[in-house]
Design a binder for this molecule. Structure first.
Ligand code: MLT
Ligand code: MN
Length: 318
């Protein structure tokens, strides 16, 4: 399986449009080593020809422009695309707004949980993807799905599972517990090349790509899935829970947004220190996160703990 990080930043990208905090300023000024990043998305393929895109970022048009693998075949018909499926992990703006750029009556299969499909149904603008052309398929909160595109199976199997998280910001109901969040508002996905003989091979064969761009806590279930997988792409939104307050850009903590911090006793570095996994990569990185600064103490700590810092265009082969 081949995979590629299309966008390694959290919602808003790096830099965010109106952010004047030091890191955003540094990348805007082109300071050495600072890499601009687009919003949260990856792509995976078994045959290198047909791709499944995981999360449709508002930057998908720029991501297609930056990645030839996602562009129309110049020898193909007047309209064509290697994007055969789009799979959503939640209903956050940074993960669904790109659907609006995928109109023009191009067939692909759209996969999401019932809650996320309901959100798309309830927002009539998403009818720009005519359901007769873009087939919507429901993902289970726990179970295996064989990905299919308009031309049949893609050779990829995914296992979906609920992770601790939060309802999308624009769906929050302040009068309800957890703002109305329900289990399964955020899912993680284990992506695996389909094994012709066995269907879905077990995660312990080291060939599974785990994609978890939003996660509030490493549950026992998640930990069990991580051990033995090949590569983990994990929620790297904030370094410190109160980082947005410290940088003066906002009041919300990582926890309030459904994201666990990287550092600290409750952080992902500590929670996954002993995880049995070959490659671990932070994605969905917020514009305030000091791991984005080359040579910072945060970047050094993350690298020393064996983590890579995701960047746009990063390639993964399993
Ligand atoms: C998140 O990951 O928490 C959301 O993308 C935040 C947002 O909607 O801006
Ligand atoms: Mn997000």
């Amino acid at each position: 399986m081949k995979a590629r990080v299309l966008g390694s930043a959290a919602g808003g990208g790096f830099p965010q449009w109106n952010c004047n905090a030091p890191l955003s300023r540094a990348v805007r000024q082109g300071r050495s080593g600072f890499l601009a990043r687009t919003q949260s998305s990856i792509a995976a393929s078994a045959d290198g020809k047909r791709w499944a895109v995981f999360n449709a970022s508002p930057d998908i048009r720029a991501q297609i422009a930056a990645n030839a693998i996602l562009q129309p075949d110049p020898e193909g018909p007047a309209r064509n695309t290697p994007i055969s499926a789009v799979v959503l992990t939640n209903a956050d703006v940074d993960h669904i707004a790109g659907l609006l750029s995928l109109r023009e009556r191009e067939p692909f299969t759209l996969y999401a949980t019932a809650r996320v499909l309901e959100t798309l149904e309830a927002n009539s603008i998403f009818r720009v993807l005519d359901p007769a052309v873009v087939i919507r398929r429901e993902l289970p909160l726990s179970g295996t799905t064989e990905l299919e595109g308009p031309d049949g199976p893609l050779g990829l199997t995914i296992e979906t599972f609920a992770v601790p998280g939060k309802i999308a910001l624009f769906l929050e109901d302040a009068s309800r517990d957890g703002f109305g969040s329900e289990s399964g508002d955020t899912i993680g996905i284990a992506i695996h090349e389909r094994n012709a003989a066995d269907g879905f091979a077990p995660v312990t064969d080291g060939k599974t790509l785990l994609y978890v761009p939003g996660c509030a806590r490493v549950s026992d279930d998640l930990r069990r899935r991580i051990d033995g997988a090949g590569c983990l792409l994990f929620d790297g939104t904030v370094w410190q829970d109160d980082e947005m307050q410290r940088t003066g850009v906002g009041e919300k903590t990582g926890a309030r947004m459904g994201h666990m911090a990287i550092s600290g006793e409750q952080g992902s570095l500590a929670a996954l220190r002993d995880a049995d996994i070959a490659r671990r990569i932070y994605v969905h990185i917020n514009t305030t996160n000091p791991i984005l600064e080359p040579g910072s103490a945060a970047e050094t700590a993350v690298n020393q703990a064996g983590w890579e810092i995701g960047f746009d265009g990063m390639e993964i082969e399993l």
